[in-house]
Design a protein around this ligand. Structure first.
Ligand code: G1P
Length: 297
C-alpha cells in the first residue's frame, strides 16, 4: 500500500530576473494572474489534490509570501466594518486552507537543492513538487498534481508531468525518453536537462509538476552540479528512473508558462476570459486592440 500524498514543496527562491523591475521588491510568485498571485493558484491546485501541508522554499522574499497566507488583521477588520463579508471570507479562506511552512534556501544552488531543503519537513513520505512558473488550468477537473499523485498511489513509482513541446524549444526544458506503456503514461528510461539544440531524444518536456517517493532524498543528496553548474532535480530523477521507477504523465489541462513574459500575459488573458464578470469586457478590449470590427455591432 502506498501512502497518500499530503505534502507539497513549492520552490520560490528564484530571483525573478526575467520580470525585473517588477520583481525587485516583490517576489515573482506574488505577481498576479488577474488578481490572484501565481503562488496562490499553485497552492490551491495542491490543496484540491489533497495536500495538507505546503512547504515553500524561500529566498530573500520569505516575508511577503508568508504574509499572503497569514491573517491580515487590519485588512480583515476593515472589510468587516464595511460589510464586505464575501471578500472577508475569501481572504480568510486563503489562510485556513493550508498549513504553510517556509524554509529558507540559503544559497541558490539549483532546483534540486531547493527541493532538498524541504527534506526535514517532509521526511520519509511521498511528496509533490509544484513549480510556480507552470500553471495548469484543469478547468475544474482533476488537478494536474492530483493526476500524478494517482499514478504514484497506483504504482509506487514517481511521476512527472510531461507535454510535447514545439520543435526547437527542447533546450528550455528537462526532456524525457522512454516508452508509452498506456494511454498518456510513459515509463521513463532516461532524462536530460536542457539538451543542446538538436540533441534532444524526444520532444516530451517536463512541465513543473512532480510526485516523488522518499527514495529521492539520498539521490538528491549525492547529485553533483549539472547543467548551468546547478544541482538539477532532473539529474536525481534519472537515478530514480533507472532504479525504483519514474513515469511521465501527459496531464489533462491547459498549461501556461507564466515564467515567460508572453506566457504570463497570455495566462492573464486566459484566466480573465474564464471569469463571467470580465469575459465580455476582455473580448471587446481584444477586438478593439487588434483592430477587428466588433462582431456584435
Ligand atoms: C525547470 C526544470 C526543467 C523543467 C522546467 C519546467 O527548469 O529544471 O526540467 O522542464 O522547470 O518549467 P526552469 O524553467 O526552472 O529553468
Amino acid at each position: 500500500m502506498t501512502k497518500r500524498v499530503t505534502k507539497a514543496i513549492i520552490p520560490a527562491a528564484g530571483l525573478g530576473t526575467r520580470f525585473l523591475p517588477a520583481t525587485k521588491a516583490v517576489p515573482k510568485e506574488m505577481l498576479p494572474i488577474v488578481d490572484v498571485p501565481t503562488i496562490q493558484l499553485v497552492v490551491e491546485e495542491a490543496v484540491r489534490a489533497g495536500a495538507r501541508q505546503v512547504v515553500v522554499i524561500n529566498g530573500r522574499h520569505k516575508q511577503e509570501i508568508e504574509n499572503h497566507f497569514d491573517y491580515a488583521v487590519e485588512l480583515e477588520q476593515n472589510l468587516r466594518e464595511k460589510g464586505k463579508e464575501a471578500t472577508l471570507r475569501e481572504m480568510e479562506a486563503i489562510t485556513e486552507s493550508v498549513s504553510l511552512i517556509s524554509v529558507r534556501q540559503k544559497r541558490p544552488l539549483g532546483l534540486g537543492h531547493a527541493v532538498l531543503c524541504g527534506r526535514d519537513v517532509v521526511g520519509e513520505e511521498p511528496f509533490a513538487v509544484l513549480l510556480g512558473d507552470d500553471l495548469i488550468d484543469d478547468g475544474g477537473g482533476e488537478p494536474g498534481i492530483g493526476q500524478l499523485a494517482r499514478v504514484y498511489e497506483e504504482t509506487g513509482a514517481g511521476a512527472v508531468a510531461v507535454m510535447e513541446v514545439p520543435p526547437g524549444s527542447e533546450h528550455m526544458y528537462g526532456i524525457v525518453d522512454g516508452e508509452e506503456v498506456q494511454d498518456g503514461r510513459i515509463r521513463i528510461r532516461d532524462m536530460v536537462e536542457k539538451p543542446s539544440p538538436g540533441t534532444a531524444p524526444t520532444r516530451l518536456a517536463v512541465i513543473g509538476r512532480y510526485v516523488l517517493p522518499p527514495e529521492i532524498w539520498p539521490m538528491l543528496e549525492s547529485t553533483e552540479p549539472g547543467h548551468g553548474g546547478e544541482i538539477q532535480l532532473t539529474d536525481a530523477l534519472r537515478e530514480l528512473a533507472a532504479g525504483p521507477g519514474l513515469y511521465g504523465v501527459r496531464v489533462d489541462g491547459e498549461r501556461h508558462d507564466a515564467g515567460d513574459k508572453l506566457g504570463f500575459l497570455r495566462a492573464n488573458i486566459a484566466y480573465a476570459l474564464k471569469r463571467p464578470e470580465l469575459r465580455d469586457g476582455v473580448l471587446a478590449m481584444l477586438r478593439e486592440m487588434s483592430g477587428s470590427p466588433d462582431s456584435s455591432g
